[in-house]
Write a protein that binds this ligand. Structure first.
Ligand SMILES: [Fe+2]
Length: 277
């Protein structure tokens, strides 16, 4: 292991891990070394750049606490979160596609009766959301628990905004025998990912905007089915084609239709769940 050179260093490091007992860990660390070394070989960082990289990762760690996860955000803006999600959710035709979970899901949203509003302040609940949860044959899924959460019209989630009641714009609904669901809410709003940390600095330095299109998050669980984490997006949103975390899929874009005569609107969506393996 002496006299490593540019030509031999990758092999020397790989060799060091040759005794790893776990085949999977050995595969992962081997690929990590190979790709990391190829990256260094390609960009040939000077030492100032290398220390800047170390400093960036250090600041990313320092930004994390129990409410803020800057590494998840970094993974999101680099498209890695979406990539991992795609690999783990290769869907059969007709089954609902997934979308990023994001950092704003909260356990324990209030269980509400069908048709209830998830708006807990004076904001008009002028959007009706309805649909059905079904299996791959189109049969209704009974007992599916559908968790929905979204931003207020100011683009903020309740957990980011002390002016909103706790659990505002969050609700859980359980389907009956017919698999249908319905609830009322307001239209969510587009919002920027947090930009006060190193990931925000990265976006600014590279000329990228931090915005996500407006969306309504869903997590749907039912006994015997794979958990579905997805979101619905809205036709015409200015950020559909430039979502900073790459979450938009055509199959998840809905167009609200007029509903009633008081300026209300309505969306309808059927969620297809895959059977658990
Ligand atoms: Fe979100």
């Amino acid at each position: 292991m002496r006299n490593v050179s540019e030509a031999t260093v990758t092999e020397a490091v790989t060799e060091k891990f040759a005794g790893c007992d776990s085949p999977r860990l050995k595969q992962i660390i081997g690929a990590l070394v190979r790709h990391l070394h190829a990256f260094v070989r390609e960009i040939e960082p000077n030492e100032a750049e290398w220390f800047a990289a170390i400093k960036f990762l250090t600041e990313t760690g320092h930004m994390c606490d129990d409410k803020r996860q800057e590494f998840v955000l970094l993974s999101d803006v680099l498209g890695v979160s979406t990539f991992v999600e795609l690999i783990n959710n290769r869907k059969e035709a007709g089954m609902t596609e997934t979308s990023v979970l994001g950092p704003f899901f909260v356990e324990g949203a209030p269980a509400l009766p069908m048709g209830a509003s998830i708006v807990q302040d004076a904001t008009p609940a002028d959007l009706l959301v309805e649909g059905m949860v079904h299996d791959k044959d189109g049969k209704p899924v009974a007992g599916a628990v559908l968790d929905a959460w979204q931003t207020a019209p100011n683009g903020k989630y309740d957990v980011q905004d002390p002016s909103q009641p706790e659990m505002n714009l969050r609700g859980r609904f359980t389907t009956g025998a017919d698999g249908t669901f319905s609830f009322r809410t307001c239209l969510p709003k587009e919002y920027p990912v947090p930009t006060d940390g190193p990931v925000g600095a990265l976006l600014r330095a590279t000329g990228r905007h931090p915005w996500r299109p407006a969306h309504l998050h869903f997590m749907i669980e039912a006994p015997g089915f794979k958990k579905l984490i997805t979101a619905l997006y809205f036709e015409g949103d200015q950020y559909l084609d430039s979502d900073t975390v790459f979450g938009v899929k055509d199959s998840l874009v809905v167009a609200p239709a007029a509903h009633g005569d008081e300026g209300n609107s309505r969306i309808s969506y059927s969620f297809g769940l895959e059977r658990a393996a």
